[in-house]
Design a protein around this ligand. Structure first.
Ligand SMILES: [Zn+2]
Length: 490
């Protein structure tokens, strides 16, 4: 059994005993977390008066043109939902002072492999080939269910802390059904709005893709929950058809520099009429104009992991090609083995890449150039376009009355952006995760005044470190953090 972190006494409201956390777990593999019991972030969130919370006097960026933006306004939340966005709201509610903050929709990351949290930065210099050798073929088969669990939970906590309220998790470590269950449990415990894009695993115990039927029946009887089921697939007809049979969105990696999964392979399925508005194409590097047009014509979605694509040799991010075809892509962080997974990093990379390309063409004398991306465009990519890509526009992605309250408050009285002169510009070109003050998912506070609610970080660190120690030991990797010899990508 893994070392079990000490259960710290915390204030009431958790509702779940350790025994209930353990219920149904594989013996030894899924011991109670000790630092985050099921629903703890939610259970410990401050109770709003009458179920109402009023965010008062913030700079409000709604990302909804019908609602607009405000130099100073309030956001009223009732239960899970936003009910009003305008200046000078009077209401009997628990008031949160939002002055000196930007109030905006939570960030949305449309593709990440959450189980890898214990391996953060191991491939700081890695290329795709290193990733396949070390992470896919070496480390992933070694994962126990408890490693998958703590990896996913640690990634979810990292996301929430960075203001990412919603994300798609494509963890390809369904080595057994217990691994899948463990990851789902982590997502549910985290309090995030997560899409569990059920993915493949390794070894004799792997039951992908047919286990999707059990997973859907067992975990997704209700559609009214924060965690939603989807499927991560290859460019594989049978897998796409299986996902559709179960009504699930399809997330597929398409990488131009790897011929077997290049855009041309997608076109073959497109020729059979299989590309549709439930397809999310990740990376889509190496695409030509016709291949991009097909995505647009079939109503598909793009998830670009711009810094990863640039650093790991996926090929140039097809950002301008997408824009040329009227697609404003969503952004995704992909892997923490090789890059920061916060959305400030993703936004800044997309912003600077597109502008570098256009600026270079301008310098060379080209006329009638495409528009430069604006900071607002990029914030939209990291919020509302993420919601659309994940098929959740009706629930999240903008501060629209009726949507669920997935909201982030970014501090503006900080050394990096004070005095605030340009809200969108500050977010994209000035801020980082240290500005993330308060985070709310479906009306529940998961981070407040810069601190996560209901997370014992010391216990968390012990658990993720123990998982790292196990994986590095089993993989036979160097244990030094300053000597990466033996791993070409490290
Ligand atoms: Zn990926």
């Amino acid at each position: 059994m893994a070392d079990e972190p000490k259960v710290r006494a915390r204030q009431g409201g958790r509702g779940l005993s350790r025994r209930s956390v353990l219920a149904g777990a594989t013996a030894g593999a899924l011991a109670g977390t000790g630092f985050m019991s099921a629903g703890s972030a939610i259970a410990q969130a401050p109770k709003a008066r009458g179920g109402r919370t009023l965010l008062k006097n913030g700079v409000v960026l709604s990302l909804d043109p019908k609602v607009g933006d405000f130099d100073r306004a309030d956001v009223l939340i009732e239960g899970r939902r936003i009910v009003a966005v305008r200046p000078n709201i009077e209401a009997n509610a628990t008031v949160i002072d939002a002055s000196n903050t930007i109030v905006m929709p939570g960030f949305i990351d449309t593709h990440h492999h959450y189980y890898q949290s214990a391996l953060r930065n191991v491939l700081g210099n890695g290329l795709l080939a290193d990733y396949f050798r070390d992470i896919v073929n070496k480390a992933t088969p070694l994962y126990r269910a408890e490693d998958a669990y703590i990896g996913v939970l640690s990634g979810a906590v990292r996301s929430l802390s960075a203001g990412i309220t919603s994300f798609a998790d494509l963890s390809q470590v369904s080595n057994t059904p217990e691994h899948s269950d463990a990851m789902l449990r982590a997502l549910k415990e985290s309090g995030a709005r997560a899409i569990y894009a059920y993915n493949r695993g390794y070894g004799d115990g792997a039951k992908y893709p047919q286990d999707v039927e059990r997973i859907q029946k067992q975990h997704f009887a209700s559609a009214d929950q924060l965690v939603t089921l989807a499927m991560a697939t290859g460019i594989t007809k049978d897998q796409w058809l299986l996902a559709r049979k179960h009504g699930l969105r399809i997330y597929t990696h398409v990488v131009g520099s790897v011929s077997a999964v290049a855009p041309a392979a997608v076109m073959k399925l497109g020729d059979e009429g299989l590309m549709g508005p439930d397809n999310v194409y990740i990376h889509y590097t190496g695409a030509n104009a016709a291949q991009m047009k097909r995505v647009k014509d079939t109503g598909g979605w793009l998830s670009l992991a711009v810094p990863i694509e640039m650093t790991m040799r996926h090929g140039m991010p097809p950002l301008q090609l997408a824009l040329d075809h009227g697609i404003l892509p969503s952004l995704s962080s992909d892997v923490e083995t090789t890059m920061a997974a916060d959305m400030f990093s993703q936004m800044r990379a997309a912003f600077t890449l597109q502008r570098a390309e256009i600026n270079e063409r301008a310098i060379k004398g080209e006329k009638d150039l495409p528009k430069l991306l604006t900071a607002r465009d990029v914030v939209a990519m990291a919020t509302i376009e993420g919601a659309r890509t994940n098929g959740q526009e009706s629930r999240t992605g903008s501060l629209t009355p009726g949507k669920e309250a997935d909201i982030v408050l970014l501090r503006t009285d900080t050394t990096n952006v004070m005095p605030l002169n340009n809200a969108y510009g500050a977010i994209v070109t000035g801020m980082d995760t240290s500005n993330v003050d308060t985070v709310m998912v479906a009306g529940r506070i998961v981070k407040q005044r810069g601190r996560l609610v209901g997370v014992d970080l010391a216990a968390h660190r012990r658990r993720i470190t123990a998982s790292r120690d196990y994986l590095v030991d089993k993989a036979g990797w160097p244990k030094s953090v300053v000597d990466g010899s033996g791993q070409s990508g490290r």
